[in-house]
Design a protein. Structure first.
Length: 152
């Protein structure tokens, strides 16, 4: 699987509770679960994209979890492609898709307060910081919570 090797770069996980996939089999099992596109209890829709540059090389991943008319997005881009516009382009398209095609009214994102690049990305996409508090998944860390409100 082409995504396994780029996902081994520890820099991706600096601000995340997840670690690099331990094996190709582990990653394949995870993606098989995500490919169901629904949480086990059926309350959430899971959307996942592997992002490629036009030449075909993978540059990162974007995901969205939908519950009702709200969505939570997350993204991981591979270090060789940082600060080259790929995350901005892909995330902008995902937000557009969520609003236009899924009738999402609010798109949320959570980011570690020390992750300056991600904060800059969210603000460039029109997200507004709505709160700051303890991280839900990384003990001892603090997160900003951002929202993008769909225009009527």
């Amino acid at each position: 699987m082409e995504l396994f090797e780029p996902l081994q770069d520890a820099r991706i996980y600096t601000y995340e509770s997840l670690a690099a996939p331990a094996s190709l089999a582990f990653l394949e099992a995870r993606y098989a679960l995500l490919a169901r596109r629904r949480s086990p209890d059926g309350s959430q829709i899971w959307l996942n994209w592997a992002v490629r540059q036009r030449a075909g090389e993978y540059v990162g991943l974007v995901q969205a979890t939908l519950e009702g008319r709200r969505a939570l997005i997350g993204y991981d881009f591979f270090p060789p492609f940082w600060r080259r516009g790929f995350a901005r382009e892909a995330c902008a398209e995902v937000v557009r898709f969520l609003v236009a095609e899924c009738a999402t009214r609010v798109v949320e994102a959570t980011v570690d307060v020390e992750n300056a690049a991600s904060i800059k990305l969210l603000e460039a996409l029109g997200f507004s910081r709505v709160s700051t508090g303890p991280s839900d998944d990384m003990r001892g860390h603090t997160d900003h919570r951002y929202e993008y409100a769909a225009k009527n």
